[in-house]
Design a protein around this ligand. Structure first.
Ligand code: ADP
Length: 169
């Protein structure tokens, strides 16, 4: 009976939340990996209550980095940004949840770490825009686009967390 109740609760959450569930592409940049911040950064998203759907350590090509940041291709810092992102392995993640895109941006903090609030990832763990340790999608559409860009078919997991009924009423 207990598991029946639990699964009905999950079902209810699924119905309530389905419309608002989004995915965000979160990436720990090479400086975050080199500085040993992988666990710390993943932990913040886990503790918030988002669902991890995909995760890998990955050395990306210049082509992929350029495609990911194509909206910035005319910026003066574009070449150094591509060098930075391809300078070592990154950790690619797909996180799912209600409002995850905007919420992840808040957890990450302002682009310039000196302006990022204490308590945010960049506010706590970084000092310079060009070494700001983490990326997060800026819209649900970009979340979809970036996850499709960085993950191959079969690399994301469909699963349910036992926490869901304790996160969403
Ligand atoms: P965000 O990552 O906060 O969404 P942007 O989309 O504006 O910020 O920029 C993408 C990334 O490009 C930043 O996270 C940072 O790594 C780099 N970047 C942005 N502005 C600058 C800059 N003025 N100098 C160097 N790098 C920059």
């Amino acid at each position: 009976a207990r598991s029946g109740r639990a699964s009905r609760a999950v079902q209810r959450c699924r119905i309530v939340a389905a419309a608002e569930v989004e995915q965000s592409y979160i990436m720990i940049k090479p400086d975050g990996v080199q500085r040993g911040l992988v666990g710390e950064i993943i932990s913040r998203f886990e503790k918030k209550g988002f669902l991890l759907k995909g995760l890998k350590l990955f050395q990306c090509s210049k082509d992929l980095a350029q495609e990911h940041y194509k909206d910035l291709k005319d910026k003066p810092f574009f070449p150094t940004l591509i060098d930075y992102i391809t300078s070592g392995p990154v950790v690619c993640m797909a996180w799912e949840g209600v409002g995850v895109v905007a919420s992840a941006r808040k957890l990450i903090g302002a682009t310039n770490p000196l302006q990022a609030e204490p308590g945010t990832i960049r506010g706590d763990l970084a000092v310079q825009t060009g070494r700001n340790v983490v990326h997060g999608s800026d819209s649900p559409d970009n979340g979809k686009r970036e996850i499709a860009l960085w993950f191959k078919e079969g690399e994301l997991c469909e699963w349910e967390s036992v926490q869901t009924p304790w996160l969403i009423e």
